[in-house]
Design a protein. Structure first.
Length: 246
């Protein structure tokens, strides 16, 4: 169990990649703080976890709202629960060209993907510094590194996460806090299920392994980054894309 007794807070934990991360981390002995807007989904997930089920916590948390994030960290602090790892997984994808996208959608994407990564990280610093070390794992995207037609806003929001990861890793390395990002390619989640069939086939052909990734593929990399196996790894952007960028 490579993350045994580590306390890990996951945003957007109720489904998709976040859920897969929670399931794998629980199997490897972590104590989880599961957060998101779908409380029923979080509680269902918690009750299905194989180890420490009674010790995992669930919180309704909106990563776009400071008061919501503060409430969670204040609750943890009052219980003397100090996290070892933060997984910034919450995110949304809404595609449109810059010419067509509505300003309110731009705001929604940036509020969730960018501020929703920055703000939890800021609140996590106090417990991580208190523990004299830890790990922040940000979920970016291959679109943040490569760009894609019709995804200028989504892609730039994920590129912002990459910039944050690299700069924050330099700020925190002297405190033994590691900051890394995962850049998934096309992963079989609810986000990709709504793809146009032609778009789906086109992107499938661009993947060297000729298959979509699974949420578990991303979870395994997150597990490595949360564990002491990556104790000398920081400021890295790790692609999980089946060979899309070779």
């Amino acid at each position: 169990m490579i993350v045994e007794n580590k306390i890990v807070l996951i945003t957007g934990a109720s489904k998709g990649i976040g859920k897969a991360i929670a399931e794998l981390f629980a199997k490897e002995g972590a104590r989880l703080v599961l957060t998101g807007r779908d409380v029923d989904g979080l509680n269902k997930l918690k009750n299905s976890l194989p180890i420490h089920a009674e010790e995992h916590l669930t919180y309704e948390m909106d990563v776009t709202k400071i008061a919501s994030i503060k409430k969670v960290f204040d609750s943890l602090n009052s219980q003397k629960i100090f996290i070892d790892c933060l997984v910034n997984n919450a995110g949304i994808m809404k595609d449109a060209t810059l010419q067509m996208i509505k300003p309110e959608i731009i705001e929604e994407i940036y509020s969730t993907n960018v501020y929703g990564t920055i703000l939890p990280s800021q609140f996590a610093l106090k417990p991580l510094i208190r523990k004299r070390g830890g790990s922040i794992i940000n979920v970016s995207s291959i679109i943040g590194t490569n760009g894609n037609l019709g995804q200028s806003i989504y892609g730039s929001s994920k590129a912002a996460i990459i910039g944050l990861t690299k700069s924050l890793s330099k700020e925190l390395s002297g405190l033994n806090i590691r900051v890394n990002a995962i850049a998934p390619g096309f992963i079989d989640t609810d986000m990709t299920k709504g793809m146009d069939e032609k778009f789906y086939e086109k992107n499938l052909k661009s993947i060297g392994m000729r298959r979509l990734g699974q949420p578990e593929d991303v979870a395994k990399v997150a597990l490595f980054l949360a564990s002491d196996l990556s104790s000398y790894v920081t400021g890295q952007i790790i692609g999980v894309d089946g060979g899309m960028i070779i």
